[in-house]
Design a protein around this ligand. Structure first.
Ligand code: SAH
Length: 282
């Protein structure tokens, strides 16, 4: 298994903080009527490298996006040329609601009790999956939300690959398609090597299985068997597991079909759940 010095460095940084604050730095569920950006204010109180990154953000559009990627490189989050190129090419500003801080290193609400993950989490997942996102490979993004990470996957595997995004909120899927269309990943959507679908991601997406890479953008109480079944031998899944306390798991399916799992870091994601549970029946 490939080691990741960047993430090891993060682990050390966060070990010094109470777990409650560790988790708050990542994607968090924000219910209607709850205090907005509680995670942001508590977290910045520690003056961590990420909070400093927020102050560094400059410009808008491609300038702001470039500065965001530069900061992620400067703080050692991005250690790969390919990941850097892809995140620079795909403007995060096209994927977040108008008026939000697109290039700050923070999760942002996107409606329906969902959030777009913080840029450092997107970068982390891209790095963990990079070997399985080579040109021509297949990837599944469960809980595709805004379509940002799905778009990054599509740029990584290229026109010869196949990337599928699945989210169970139809309005988010519609929005993600519009977002991707505006971006450099638009032609891949048009040509069919990238597609975004409405569905229960816990069942995976059989049509294009098995996948070299599976990313799950919402926390599962346990790893869904359907996703393990749809992972190719030699493939890798990155999935947050847990309820309140969650861990980002890296699951490798060996060539003989056996499974190896390890924990990358502590995280806080929205739950992988039913549509009714997520939206409160609205
Ligand atoms: N990775 C995305 C979104 C993360 S938020 C981004 O960064 O933009 C998690 C997403 O998982 C939400 O969009 C939510 O609607 C979706 N989700 C939660 N449970 C799901 C399920 N069972 N099936 C499909 N999508 C689900």
């Amino acid at each position: 298994m490939r080691s990741c010095p960047t993430l090891a460095a993060y682990g050390r940084l966060y070990c010094a903080l109470p777990r409650r604050f560790v988790s708050l730095s990542f994607t968090s569920l924000r219910r209607h009527n709850s205090a907005p950006f509680l995670n942001f204010s508590l977290f910045t109180a520690f003056r961590s490298p990420f909070s400093r990154m927020e102050q560094f953000q400059t410009g808008t559009g491609s300038t702001g996006n470039k500065a965001m990627v530069e900061n992620l490189k400067r703080f050692g989050v991005i250690s790969s040329k390919k990941v850097s190129e892809v995140m620079e090419a795909l403007d995060r500003g096209l994927f977040v609601p108008v008026g939000s801080s697109a290039y700050a290193d923070t999760p942002l609400p996107i409606g329906y009790n969902a959030t777009i993950s913080a840029p450092h989490m997107h970068a982390t997942c891209l790095l963990l999956l990079e070997d399985k996102l080579q040109p021509g490979m297949r990837a599944l993004d469960v809980g595709s939300g805004t379509g940002y990470l799905t778009g990054c996957f599509a740029l990584m595997v290229g026109a010869e690959g196949r990337v599928v995004g699945v989210d169970h909120i139809p309005e988010l899927v519609d929005m993600s398609i519009k977002n991707v269309e505006k971006s450099v990943a638009g032609p891949l959507l048009q040509k069919g090597s990238l597609s975004l679908h409405v569905g229960d991601g816990r069942k995976g997406w059989k049509e294009f299985a098995p996948y070299d890479a599976i990313h799950v953008g919402a926390a599962a109480s346990e790893v869904p068997q359907a996703l393990l079944d749809q992972l190719k031998p030699g493939g890798r899944m990155v999935i947050p597991v847990g309820t309140y306390f969650q861990e980002l798991k890296v699951i490798d399916k060996c060539e003989d079909g056996s499974i190896k799992a390890r924990t990358e870091t502590s995280v806080r994601y929205v739950p992988l759940t039913s549509r009714d549970e997520q939206t409160g029946g609205f």
